[in-house]
Design a protein around this ligand. Structure first.
Ligand SMILES: [Zn+2]
Length: 289
């Protein structure tokens, strides 16, 4: 059977996901179904109801309006990203298990659902105990979107497990301008102004990064306009919206430098979706930026 999409080509960015067929996705702001023909980009972000990844709205003359999975970052293949994710889990697990021999550290342990209490099953990337406190570490390489992150954050809070979301990188963070993705900005709000990055070799340590404003000079210019006179614009610094200056804190040990922190629900500045109550594994530093 032919869909009226015309082009039968699979979605190259997510070859295993059928979640976007027939032009449907969900709106992040309210989780309601949205059809590509009935919404504009301004109503986004949107995500795939099947895999929870962010999706892009495409409108054009050649194909019917549709949603597409976001292309992998930096042209990574899924395999490279998957390998990084696995390496990160293994390296952190090995180090934490050595540092906390009584902590029962495991990779991808299944924590059963408790349907009577409305609590979903959880399967943290890495989990165990530090000083007797339950900690779940989630390595967010970008495959899933905000809806899934918030859902899992809620599940951990219901279970009183402290969650640490980590963003894995292939190599050390660049120290000039960075362009944080949506989930990195959500982590920044969640953890009171820092996002935790990891790259190979860091073992059970992470780098906390604050996103500062990044500015550019708007050149000054002046001209004469009849009836108005001299007009002058520019001559000041303006902030980029998407580009941030990273302010790196000191490297932190997940076992030593973190403590539990409970937060009530809130709506992050400049974002559309509320964050539920959460139980965080948060560093103990005073703001360093
Ligand atoms: Zn999908």
């Amino acid at each position: 059977m032919h869909r009226d999409f015309g082009n039968p080509q699979r979605d190259a960015a997510a070859p295993d996901c059928d979640g976007l067929v027939d032009g449907w996705a969900r709106k992040l702001a309210n989780d309601q179904p949205a059809h590509a023909s009935a919404v504009t980009r301004d109503e986004g972000p949107f995500y795939c109801a099947t895999c929870h990844a962010e999706v892009i709205l495409r409108k054009g003359a050649e194909r019917a309006d549709h949603f597409a999975h976001e292309a992998p970052r930096h042209g990574y293949s899924g395999g490279v990203e998957g390998a990084l994710h696995r390496a990160c889990k293994q390296e952190i697990h090995t180090a934490l298990a050595a540092e906390n021999p009584d902590g029962r550290w495991e990779v991808e342990r299944t924590i059963p659902a408790r349907p009577g209490l409305g609590i979903a099953e959880a399967r943290p990337d890495i989990s165990g105990r530090v000083r007797g406190l339950p900690v779940a570490i989630e390595v967010q390489a970008s495959a899933l979107g905000i809806a899934s992150i918030l859902q899992r954050t809620r599940t951990y809070a219901q279970r009183l497990i402290h969650v640490l979301w980590i963003v894995p990188l292939r190599e050390q963070l660049a120290d000039d301008g960075i362009r944080p993705r949506l989930h990195e900005r959500y982590f920044h709000s969640l953890y009171l102004g820092r996002t935790y990055y990891w790259w190979p070799g860091l073992a059970a340590t992470v780098l906390p990064v604050h996103y500062g404003a990044s500015t550019h000079r708007v050149p000054s210019s002046e001209w004469y306009r009849p009836g108005i006179g001299h007009v002058r614009v520019g001559g000041y610094d303006a902030a980029y919206r998407a580009i941030k200056t990273p302010y790196c804190g000191p490297r932190l040990q997940i076992s030593q430098d973190f403590a539990p922190r409970r937060r009530g629900p809130f709506i992050p500045e400049n974002e559309c979706k509320a964050v539920p109550a959460c139980d965080l594994w948060l560093d103990r530093l005073a703001p360093w930026w």
